[in-house]
Ligand binder design. Structure first.
Ligand code: ADP
Ligand code: MG
Length: 453
């Protein structure tokens, strides 16, 4: 029963037409369009986007579909078809949607919407941040009167470290831009995604980041949304999170002999929970002690070698005699520092390998594999965000012939990315499936970004 373990991305146009039919049943009128945005897998660069580090993501063929129609009354009516989250249509009143029920310490004032399901914030948050765009981006700005009906369906496991949250935000954002902005009106329906420039996609991604940090209250740093909005089919992104500039690197040569397979451990995480935020705060305390704004500033531009021990020695000198830094344990801050610096160096190594000339396929695949496994060790020992099932999946995958395997996403649950020679894949997945009935597989084929279906 191996095939049942594979999560298929399905056929986009079939999913879109089925969703449109369902939309009519749910809302009683036709949708104006169906919009899709992908999830992602990250080869390297976890917990460093918010420190300006380099990340190496690819968009998945799996993601979130949103069927949508505009409304004239400013109301947002949402329904998700996810079995665990679906409670029928959730109606968010116009005023509440505009102020987007921000989390506690947001400045824009609360709305009495605490009884709304948490997931709706990812959508109403985007409606709010797109309404807040400045004059420079007026063409992408939503009017305060804008409302919509949205029906949502995901082909991703939710809370599995594959970025279902950003894919929901980006699919909703694309729907809003298509149906409620000048830019959308100029390019009705299917023309819009081709017409959006990379710079406009970056603006939309930034609005989605704001929604997740300010409205949902999850401290993500932009990796997920940038990938979902700006990825390229067949390409790995080398994304510099200092300014979100990126290079798109063709990895088709690699995929002729190897496969990237994501393994959902079946243990979902809770990013909004305090642990992820604590990890981030500890790494920020380390940066503060070192006198840098973000830890990328300790790793200079790509080419120079950095000795992590030098950075740690500097940290030890400054931390001498202190048990805590800004209220966080010095030992914990030191581990987060070690994770961030080594993780950034791993990304630089792969960046150089993939963008330089000096690589043969085998050498490249093996180096990538080694970097992935070293990344997992750091997730376990330095970031301390791994868990037993992820460690078991990594060990089993490596034993069964994978060149590399690592936990991806925020941790405390989620998925492991593996790189495996094609002829070892079946043996590997069989052994992994035997670990737990909850284990699921996704084929990671670098895919196109958010689009109109
Ligand atoms: P990840 O992004 O790794 O999947 P997160 O914890 O960041 O995990 O985001 C998961 C949350 O995103 C869910 O708990 C839910 O609130 C929201 N979400 C994602 N996909 C959907 C969906 N299809 N329908 C409703 N909510 C969703
Ligand atoms: Mg997420």
């Amino acid at each position: 029963n191996e095939t049942a373990r594979w999560l298929s991305p399905g056929d986009s146009s079939q999913i879109a037409s089925a969703l449109s039919v369902r939309f009519v049943q749910v809302f009683g009128h036709e949708p104006e369009g169906v919009f899709f945005a992908p999830g992602r897998a990250n080869l390297n660069g976890e917990h460093i986007d918010f420190h300006g580090g380099r990340c190496l993501p690819m968009a998945l063929p799996h993601g979130t579909y949103v069927a949508a129609a505009p409304r004239q009354d400013g109301i947002l009516r949402l329904r998700t078809l996810d079995e665990e989250l679906d409670t029928g249509i959730v109606e968010i009143p116009a005023s509440a949607a505009v102020s987007a029920h921000p989390h506690d310490d947001a400045p824009s004032g609360p709305a009495e919407t605490s009884e709304l399901p948490d997931w709706t914030r990812y959508v109403s948050g985007v409606l709010w941040t797109l309404g807040q765009l400045d004059e420079e981006h007026a063409e992408l700005r939503l009017s305060p009167e804008f409302g919509a009906d949205l029906l949502i369906r995901s082909t991703l496991p939710i809370g599995a470290g594959l970025s279902s949250s950003a894919s929901l935000e980006c699919a909703a954002a694309l729907a809003f831009v298509a149906l409620g902005t000048e830019r959308g009106a100029e390019n009705p329906q299917g023309e819009l995604d081709g017409a959006l420039s990379d710079a406009e996609r970056a603006v939309i991604a930034a609005a989605c980041v704001r929604a997740e940090t300010e409205v949902v209250g999850a401290g993500t740093g932009g990796l997920d949304q940038t990938t979902s909005m700006r990825a390229s089919e067949g390409k790995l992104l080398s994304l510099d999170c200092r300014d979100f500039s990126l290079r798109r690197v063709d990895i088709s040569f690699l995929l002729r002999s190897y496969r990237f397979i994501a393994v959902d451990t079946g243990q979902p995480h809770r990013l909004v929970g305090g642990e992820f935020s604590a990890r981030r705060a500890e790494s920020e305390a380390a940066a503060a002690l070192l006198g840098v704004e973000r830890l990328r500033d300790t790793v200079p531009d790509a080419c120079r070698r950095v000795d992590v021990d030098e950075v740690l020695e500097e940290f030890d000198r400054l931390a001498e005699g202190q048990e805590e830094i800004n209220g966080y344990s010095t030992a914990a801050c030191r581990r987060r520092l070690r994770h961030a610096v080594t993780e950034m160096m791993r990304s630089e190594k792969i960046h150089k390998l993939l963008t330089g000339e000096a690589h043969g396929v085998d050498h490249t695949a093996e180096t990538i594999g080694d970097v992935m496994s070293a990344g997992h060790t750091s997730m376990r020992e330095n970031a301390q965000v791994s868990f037993e099932m992820a460690d078991q999946v990594v060990d089993t995958a490596l034993r069964e012939g994978a060149l590399g395997a690592r936990l991806i996403g925020g941790g405390f649950g989620g998925s492991v990315l593996t790189l495996v020679p094609k002829d070892r894949a079946a043996g590997m997945t069989k052994a992994l499936a035997a670990l737990s009935p909850k284990v699921r597989f996704l084929e990671v084929l670098p895919s196109a970004p958010a689009r109109v279906v």
